[in-house]
Write a protein that binds this ligand. Structure first.
Ligand SMILES: Cc1cc2nc3c(=O)[nH]c(=O)nc-3n(C[C@H](O)[C@H](O)[C@H](O)COP(=O)(O)O)c2cc1C
Length: 190
């Protein structure tokens, strides 16, 4: 089983990255092959809305550091997206990546019963951290993106969400989130 992990935080040792790494370590111990991309270290542009992926190519026409990431995610059975909450949403780094995944949709995706260029049956783990301790705040983020990723073929998805962490730049994850990551790895790999 192949896992591609896309890290959306600029903090490589931050809270979301720590949960993601824990998941990946457990998954690797269970036999998965993992690959990690830290978006903040890459050079790339957001979607240019050129529609080349709908008119002349079956992939994104832009050639930059995201080309490799988009290809690796297409190949992988499991996608891990890890992000801090910024202004009630995902990080800008991750948003630009997700916009580029528009290239995964076929030209007639609105009417096609199989709208995605990705193979079906993939799994998605979304990891979101936020400073605000109230779980009712910003809880729209996962359902919003989950809907789009279901369209791509991610039929099995899971959220690990840590609230009330990272204020003032701290890495202060309670142990239970690492345990959640281990449990997710066991469930996804078995
Ligand atoms: C630019 C910026 C915007 C943020 N916006 C929010 C926010 O809207 N809501 C919130 O609860 N926390 C917000 N935070 C706090 C982060 O979400 C929190 O510290 C998170 O745990 C950091 O994750 P990381 O350690 O993986 O980078 C913000 C932090 C930054 C730097």
């Amino acid at each position: 089983m192949k896992i591609a992990c896309v890290m959306g935080s600029p903090r490589r040792e931050g809270n979301s990255a720590t949960i993601a790494r824990h998941f990946l370590e457990k998954a690797a111990a269970l036999g998965a092959e993992t690959e990690t991309f830290s978006l903040n270290t890459l050079s790339y542009r957001g979607c240019q809305a050129c529609y080349a992926c709908k008119t002349k190519l079956d992939r994104c026409i832009l050639k930059d550091d995201l080309s490799l990431v988009l290809a690796a995610v297409q190949e992988a059975d499991v996608l891990v997206l890890a992000t801090p909450t910024y202004f009630g949403g995902i990080s800008g780094q991750l948003k630009c990546f997700i916009d580029r995944t528009y290239s995964y949709l076929k030209p007639d995706y609105l009417s096609n019963s199989q709208p995605s260029r990705l193979a079906p049956g993939k799994k998605l783990l979304f990891i979101i951290t936020q400073g605000h301790p109230d779980e009712a705040m910003f809880n729209q983020v996962f359902p919003l993106y989950d809907r789009f990723f279901r369209w791509y073929g991610y039929e099995d998805s899971r959220l690990i969400r840590a609230c009330g962490v990272g204020s003032g730049g701290m890495v202060d994850l309670p142990e239970r989130f690492l345990l959640e990551a281990e449990e997710a790895a066991r469930d996804f790999i078995s």
